[in-house]
Design a protein around this ligand. Sequence first.
Ligand code: GDP
Length: 687
Amino acid sequence: MTARTLEQIRNIGLVAHIDAGKTTTTERILYYTGRTRKMGSVDEGTTVTDWMEQERERGITIVSAAITAFWRNHQINLIDTPGHIDFTAEVQRALRVLDGAVVVFDALQGVEPQSETVWRQADRYRVPRVCFVNKMDRVGADFNHAVRTIRERLGANPAPVQLPLGAEAQFNGVVDLVTLRAGFWAEDSGEDPEWGAVPPEYEGVARSARTELVEQLADHDEEVMARYVDGQEPTAEALRTALRSATLANAVVPVLCGAALRNKAVQPLLDAVVDYLPSPADVGSVTGRDPESGVLVERLPSARESLTALVFKTVTDHYAGRLAYTRVYAGTLRSGDVVFNSRTARTERVGRLLRMYADHREDINEVCAGDIVALLGAKAVVTGDTLCAGEHPVTLESISFPEPVIRLTIAPRTTADEEHLVSALREMADDDPSFHTEVEEASGQVVLAGMGELHLEVLIDKLRREHGVDVRSGKPRVTYRETISKSVSRAEGRFVRQTGGHGQYGHVVLDLQPAPNAGVSFTAALKGGVIPQEFIPAVEAGVMEAAENGAIGGYRVTDMAITLVDGSYHEQDSSAAAFKVAAVMATQAGLAKGKAILLEPVVRLEALTPEENLGDVLSQLASRRAEVLRVEDRPGGIKAINAFVPLSSTFGYATDLRSATHGRGVFSQEFDHYTPVPAEVVRSYLR
Ligand code: GDP
């Protein structure tokens, strides 16, 4: 079975804060869509999506893949997204290729910091969403509170389309506000619900909630507005249409509720995916660039267009080999096709095309625009590559990854480990572009750089488990940066060589300005033709090269705006190479004069603690140089502390927090910005 039309496809992802119930909900979705024979359970470590042994142990999902399921004659491609914040790069990568998302919340917690991060990223990619308030069966579950946090903490426009029936352990169904009918799940057995009239005691609240929904949608839909003004109830059909278009326009977010673990109210969530989330046809054309000319190219989501596909994830599968998960945006891809990889400018033969289901995989002959497939046998592709038709090449915007902020050295334990280390790392790096490895010049040691402490731990674990390579690791260290603390005007670099015949001549004058949180930028602002246009790219290249090595510790320079203001050239002797050297010299001169300072990465950390341990947790944070931003109340006597903390002083925080809270505290963190290292810390560091 495959979807017949674009309109019948949904490419969606589930995103959530860790522990909100994403895995459980995914499993139930796979169960109800008829693809899993037996319901797995996270608690027993037998889940469908947590197929990596390592994931099972940790109870977290690390790898993005795609699984196909069917619901109401629609094909749903579920793109897996990781739950832990250290892997936001993976979430971003998934957001690039999915058309809509289901955001799962814990009914006790409402919006948690990680869901906030992912929400902002989804905003950036304008991904339409529906929300699922899960765990409605838990003591203290509060649907209205969750909706409020969606409005207040996320600044979204939540539109509840259901009301819960019964509370906590008695939660047993939902009122569908669109149809004004009630669905009951008598038991936890996973049966289909019984739909009937809204119980009398819920009629009043249900009617007023529906009116609120209608008012909310009247702003976005003329038909609903017209009926509303006339005092008529819009039909379920009209309301659904209005909800769909408002959701696609990112104007509202439908909110549903349920208890995935108890098998309650998962089917209506699937209905909502079909009813409210976009199909590839709604998303429309994709744009890329002609790799040769740089001209913008637009491709419609049609099987008849020329092939345009993005590899969004590669996974080395020990049974099948290397799988390249690919989203086809336009055209048709057939097994055996020869396609053009616009990054390598080489052709590649596509081997088998696999459709991945929860419990099996199926060889397919072709895959059309809008769909997702796993390619087998495309050896030279990496994440971010565009595959296209050789006659009509295109490069889609590649997937960008935040730079690693933490690193440690690793050393193989035995000679056998040493032999395999390099190839194992290469294979892992192919599949996970969010980490880097390099050999440290001074010591000759191998360095692993990644997104956080846990990310590195997982990588080392993976080396051992999947590649049989055992390593000893050093202490994690953060990656520092440098910047200038004052403006420098007219930093000069002059490269002149007179060696017999042809000489070398380049002369560059730069202004340097601090630019907080803006990276390094280069602008040419020359008066007249003091440097010919053809040499400007070489100047820029020299500036960027010099910015790789700062004046204090040779760290990369950031947050600095560089302007080319003056210079001179020589008719015969000037060359791009000479200007590049002059630009390096000028930048180095500027950095030396700019009172360089050391910057360190700072994370945004949220720690949850029982109220009685608040004092201890705060004083622990203070000793870790935290800047506390706010302390909020959470249900159940929990305090949420939000703080900026230098990444270097978060190492080992998990243990501290656990001991201060008798194991009840939890925290999450994500990279936020770079900030100057205090003088006393610099001194101890440089010593
Ligand atoms: P993930 O980290 O978001 O993937 O969350 P999991 O699906 O692994 O669930 C985290 C924990 O919450 C597990 O112990 C689940 O059994 C539990 N859980 C998930 N859904 C529900 C629910 O609807 N009700 C209750 N009471 N617990 C749930």
